[in-house]
Ligand binder design. Structure first.
Ligand code: SAH
Ligand code: TMP
Length: 409
């Protein structure tokens, strides 16, 4: 899906960063699939009207989300706690009707959040196009349909189940190119007193930490309070609260309601002011970001090449979709990184998209620890550092690239 115009305002996009040809972020593959591997030109552009940073070109949703989707949300214990808390907060907000509440979640994946509502006996519906993960959700008692959410589906849900008290989404709104149609669907799906609560990686964190690896095929947008406000105002809705989250290296939770239904919290204006101060509403910020991205690449290649020249072994930790951007943009292959360890069975035994580094199970990392581990799953750093004390005690060292390229310890 190509555009030279903003998907939200229709105004021309200005290119901010060009990452060259990139494969699918989650396109782990077997050697027989190397020839003809899919690649597309990945660049992000900015629109000063909608203030949306967005991919210029994106593979089709069906190419990315299907019955072999490689990302299972529940692989992270920490995210299970996070979504348990999220669910409890929604239950305690006072927005769920007392008689027969109804909660809809977009991109519920393996049911990591909705299972909390299912366990509490709350009527719910998950919408999850990737059939393999949707099946896991259903097997946990989470009522899930395997579809792409859109305005029409929202109308169908209203006809069958009625309007929702709460519409939830985590790390999925930023995946959807037809976001205007989705926002319009949300406005129809929600009761007059309903709220939409969603969280996604936050543009402010990406700029501040030069975490350019948040940019990959699935993340068609990186949101800010400015851009979210612009998007929902078009639908007669408003941003009533924002809450910063530590997850995924810095995320923002946005609370949206029909205009006038609830007071707007001070947090919204505070964040809008902060965003103006750091320039998230201006193109100039992204020109500077582009230079920071290039510098980060130069430093990472220098660090890895230097370590390798000393005869040390480097492995990757976490075959994240984010790592696909780093590896392909920096041109890092098996000359520098021997293998990537990952706990997700569907990725193991395959090779990383584009640069074809072997993906090994965690047991392999334990049995054959490298001298240095590049922390591709840096967004799970706390959880990983806590369980990898032995790696450090035995002389292993971590390489990170955010907020700057360095060796830890
Ligand atoms: N909410 C989970 C999963 C995030 S990954 C979490 O935070 O861990 C994004 C998920 O959104 C994938 O499972 C993908 O299949 C799903 N998705 C992508 N496009 C979608 C759409 N249009 N409607 C509903 N779900 C979608
Ligand atoms: P994410 O950054 O998109 O959440 O993906 C994290 C990936 O890292 C996922 O493939 C699972 C993997 N992983 C590990 O291998 N070990 C771990 O301890 C954690 C938390 C994740």
């Amino acid at each position: 899906m190509n555009t030279s115009n903003c998907r939200v305002s229709g105004q021309p996009l200005e290119i901010a960063v060009d990452f060259g040809l990139q494969p699918l972020g989650n396109g782990f593959l077997q050697p027989e699939q190397f020839p003809g591997e899919f690649r597309y030109p990945m660049a992000v552009g900015f629109c000063e009207t909608s203030m949306m940073l967005q991919l210029v070109e994106q593979p089709s949703p069906e190419q990315m989300f299907h019955e072999q989707y490689a990302f299972y949300s529940s692989t992270s214990q920490h995210m299970q706690y996070h979504f348990g808390d999220f669910a409890r907060q929604v239950m305690g907000m006072g927005v769920l009707s007392k008689t027969d509440p109804f909660v809809v979640e977009l991109g519920c994946n393996d049911g990591i959040m909705l299972r909390n509502f299912a366990n509490a006996g709350i009527r719910h519906l998950g919408i999850e196009p990737s059939r393999n993960v949707a099946e896991v959700a259903n097997s946990h008692g989470v009522r899930t349909i395997s579809e792409f959410f859109c305005h029409q589906l929202a109308m169908d849900i209203v006809a069958k189940d009625g309007q929702a008290d709460a519409f939830l989404a985590a790390n999925v709104m930023c995946h959807i190119p037809t976001i205007v149609d989705v926002a319009s669907g949300i406005s129809k799906l929600l009761k007059p007193t309903g709220v939409a609560i969603f969280e996604d990686p936050y543009l402010g964190d990406v700029v501040e930490k030069t975490s350019y690896d948040q940019i990959y095929d699935e993340h068609v947008f990186l949101f800010s309070a400015h851009s979210v406000q612009y998007l929902f105002r078009q639908q007669g809705m408003e941003l009533i609260d924002v809450q910063a989250q530590k997850t995924h290296g810095g995320s923002m939770r946005y609370v949206i309601a029909h205009a006038g239904a609830y007071p707007v919290k001070d947090s919204v204006n505070r964040l809008l002011e902060k965003e103006k101060a750091i320039g998230l509403n201006r193109m100039a910020t992204f020109r500077k970001f582009s230079q920071q991205v290039e510098q980060s690449r130069t430093e990472l290649i220098k660090l890895l090449t230097g370590i390798k020249a000393e005869g040390k072994r480097i492995a990757g930790y976490g075959a994240t979709s984010k790592s696909t951007t780093i590896l392909n943009y920096c041109g890092i292959g098996t000359d520098l990184i021997d293998y990537i360890s990952d706990t997700t069975p569907i990725k193991q035994g395959k090779f990383s998209p584009g640069m074809h580094i072997p993906i090994k199970p965690y047991d392999f990392f334990m049995a054959s620890p490298p001298d240095y581990a590049m922390l591709f799953a840096w967004n799970h750093a706390e959880e990983i550092m806590a369980k990898e004390r032995a790696f450090i005690e035995n002389g292993g060292r971590w390489i990170v690239h955010v907020p700057e390229v360095r060796v830890l310890g």
